[in-house]
Design a protein around this ligand. Structure first.
Ligand SMILES: Nc1ncnc2c1ncn2[C@@H]1O[C@H](COP(=O)(O)OP(=O)(O)O)[C@@H](O)[C@H]1O
Ligand SMILES: [Mg+2]
Length: 373
C-alpha cells in the first residue's frame, strides 16, 4: 500500500490509503516547543519506556500531554505517520485520544489530550497526597472501564491490538474518573528488536505474565494477566510490589492467593471499603483477578468474558481457581532499580534476577533471560 501525505491548511496532514482518507494533526516542532515552554523541566510529568512526557498548552488553551519519543523509537516519517493514523482512528470511551504528532527532522513526538486527574499509579497507588476519593463505585467504574477498553482492543478492531504494557501508570483518569488506557498501539512504532516495557521501574515486573517476561511470548493472554494484577491493585489500593514490606507481603498476587486459600480474601480489600455488599463484590473482583493470572493461559478468561464477570452477567461460582502464575516461581526474585548486586533483599545464595537484568528479552520468542548467582 502506498501512502501519500498531503499538506493541508494549518498543519493538518491527510494520510490517504486503501481505506480512504484519514487525518492526523501534525504539529510543528516550534508549536510544541512553545506549548511546553521549551520542554521545561517544570512541565515534565513523567518518563517511561518510550521517552519523556511534558504538559503543554496550545494557543487556543487546550491542555495537551506531549510524549517525546526517544531515539530507539524513531522510524521514517512515512512509516511513523501511517502507524499514527491507524492509532488515531481507534476511538473508544476508555482509550486515550491521540490529538496529533510531530515528525519534523529527527523529532518523533505524540500529542494526547491531557488528563488532569493523572494516572492510577499516582493517585490510587501513589505514596503522595491525592485529593481523589476512590470509593467502591469509583473503583468498579475504573475496573469495568479498563476491561471494556482492553476488550475493544482485543476483539473489536482489526487487526486487533495487544497492549503489552497494561499497568497503573497507563490508566489515566478524566475529570469524572472515567479510566482511559494510554500507550496502546505504540509497540508498532518500535524497531522489531526493541521493547518499551520499562522494567527498570520497580513494580512493572509484577504485571508481566511469566511466559512474557521469561520467553517474550506476547499474546492477548499476557495482557489479561496484567489486567488481573491491575484489578488486584484497584481493589486493594496497593501496588503489586512493595519491597519495604516483609518478604511474605511484598507481592500482592502471592498474598492474594495465600489469603484466598485461607478463606481470608476480604483482608486484602482496601480498608476504605467497608460495607458488606461492597466487600462481597470486591471479593468477587479479587477472584476474577486470580482467574486472569492463572498459570495455564487457557484458564485466563478473554476480556469480553471478564467484562461480563465484573458486571455480574456471568457467574464465577463454577470457575475453578488454581494457583496463579507468579514470576517468583521461576527464580528468586529481587526487585531493584539499583545496579546488579546492589540489593540482596531476599537471598544471597539462591539464583536471582533483578528488574534490570530482564529488561531485554521481551520482543523475542527466544529465552534471553539472564540470571545470576
Ligand atoms: N495524556 C496524559 N495526560 C496526563 N498525564 C499523562 C498523559 N500521558 C502520560 N502521562 C503521565 O506521564 C507519565 C509517563 O508516561 P509514559 O511515558 O507513558 O510512561 P509510563 O506509562 O511508563 O509511566 C505517566 O505516568 C502519566 O502520569
Ligand atoms: Mg504510559
Amino acid at each position: 500500500m502506498d501512502c501519500c501525505f498531503m499538506f493541508g491548511r494549518r498543519s493538518q496532514h491527510a494520510v490517504e490509503g486503501d481505506e480512504g482518507e484519514h487525518s492526523v494533526r501534525v504539529f510543528s516542532y516550534n508549536e510544541l516547543r512553545k506549548a511546553t515552554q521549551d520542554f521545561s523541566g517544570a512541565n515534565k510529568i513523567g518518563e517511561g519506556g518510550f521517552g519523556s512526557v511534558f504538559r503543554g498548552m496550545l494557543k487556543d488553551g487546550t491542555l495537551i500531554a506531549v510524549k517525546v519519543l526517544s531515539a530507539t523509537s524513531r522510524q521514517g516519517v512515512r512509516e511513523f505517520l501511517t502507524e499514527l493514523t491507524a492509532i488515531s482512528d481507534i476511538k473508544h470511551e476508555n482509550l486515550v485520544t491521540l490529538v496529533g504528532c510531530c515528525a519534523e527532522g529527527s523529532h518523533r513526538i505524540l500529542v494526547y489530550n491531557y488528563l488532569e486527574k493523572n494516572s492510577l499509579s499516582q493517585t490510587l497507588l501513589g505514596s503522595g497526597y491525592s485529593s481523589i476519593q476512590f470509593n467502591w463505585r469509583a473503583r468498579v467504574k475504573i475496573a469495568v472501564g479498563v476491561a471494556r477498553g482492553l476488550a475493544f482492543l482485543h476483539e473489536e478492531i482489526r487487526p486487533h491490538i495487544i497492549h503489552r504494557d497494561i499497568k497503573a501508570s497507563n490508566i489515566l483518569l478524566d475529570k469524572d474518573l472515567t479510566p482511559k488506557i494510554s500507550d496502546f498501539g505504540l509497540a508498532r512504532l518500535l524497531p522489531a528488536n526493541a521493547t518499551h516495557v520499562s522494567t527498570r521501574v520497580a513494580g512493572t515486573l509484577g504485571y508481566l505474565a511469566p511466559e512474557y517476561a521469561i520467553r517474550g511470548q506476547v499474546t492477548k493472554k499476557s495482557d489479561i494477566y496484567s489486567y488481573g494484577v491491575l484489578l488486584l491493585e484497584i481493589v486493594s489500593g496497593r501496588c503489586n510490589t512493595n519491597t519495604r514490606l516483609p518478604c511474605e507481603d511484598q507481592f500482592l498476587l502471592e498474598k492474594t492467593w495465600a489469603f484466598y486459600e485461607q478463606e481470608r480474601l476480604e483482608e486484602i480489600i482496601d480498608a476504605d471499603i467497608d460495607e458488606d455488599q461492597e466487600i462481597e463484590e470486591a471479593c468477587r473482583f479479587l477472584k476474577i483477578g486470580l482467574l486472569c493470572t492463572q498459570d495455564a493461559m487457557a484458564r485466563r478468561p478473554h476480556m469480553p468474558t471478564v467484562v461480563r464477570m465484573l458486571t455480574g452477567s456471568k457467574s464465577i461460582s463454577m470457575e475453578k481457581i488454581t494457583r496463579p502464575a507468579m514470576i517468583t516461581d521461576f527464580a528468586e526474585l529481587k526487585v531493584s532499580t539499583k545496579p546488579h548486586g546492589a540489593n540482596q533483599a531476599r537471598s544471597n545464595t539462591s539464583r536471582s534476577f533483578s528488574t534490570t537484568e530482564i529488561s531485554e528479552p521481551f520482543s523475542s520468542s527466544e529465552n534471553h533471560t539472564q540470571t545470576s548467582v
